[in-house]
Design a protein. Structure first.
Length: 170
């Protein structure tokens, strides 16, 4: 009889431990879901802030009377005088004889991906091809950069949200 009581107590103890472990797993899963949502929100905020900072730097450069075709922050513009704007990546306007080599890496990658495509592309198609995760924040940040390339004459937006090379002869 003692063995049956001992086995019954052991089974009850195991069931109690299993129930406690199940509660801990459920709590941890809820925490992970909350942290994942917070992380995605922060990534989106970071992307919007980066695009905003770049846009503000461009506007300030234009308002200060400097050349809007300034090159990257790290060094002189390969086609003109050095203009240094701290914290901004500048995309020069396209002009005859200018290759995509003058663009910052990510912009050059976008132009090359679009140029290699057989038809106009959307930002969500371009993001994975330039090595970024296909999440909302990256897609929106990329869309902003693509629109900047359209404004500067590197690409065209033949339909809303569909980007193609401005010149097919490249």
């Amino acid at each position: 009889m003692e063995e049956a009581t001992l086995m019954g107590s052991l089974i009850e103890e195991l069931e109690a431990r299993e129930a406690a472990a199940r509660v801990r797993v459920k709590e941890l899963a809820a925490q992970i879901a909350e942290l994942t949502a917070r992380l995605e929100g922060e990534r989106e905020a970071l992307s919007r802030l980066r695009v905003t900072r770049e846009t503000v730097a461009e506007v300030l450069t234009a308002l200060s009377g400097r050349d809007a075709d300034a090159g990257p922050v790290a060094g002189p513009d390969p086609v003109g005088p050095e203009v240094r704007v701290v914290g901004a990546i500048m995309v020069p306007h396209w002009r005859e004889g200018l290759s995509s080599d003058v663009l910052p890496d990510v912009y050059r990658d976008m132009v090359e991906v679009v140029a290699d495509a057989s038809s106009p592309m959307q930002a969500k198609q371009i993001v994975p091809r330039i090595g970024l995760p296909a999440v909302t924040g990256k897609i929106e940040g990329t869309r902003g950069k693509l629109k900047r390339l359209v404004q500067r004459g590197w690409l065209i937006e033949d339909q809303p949200g569909r980007f193609a090379p401005a010149r097919r002869d490249r």
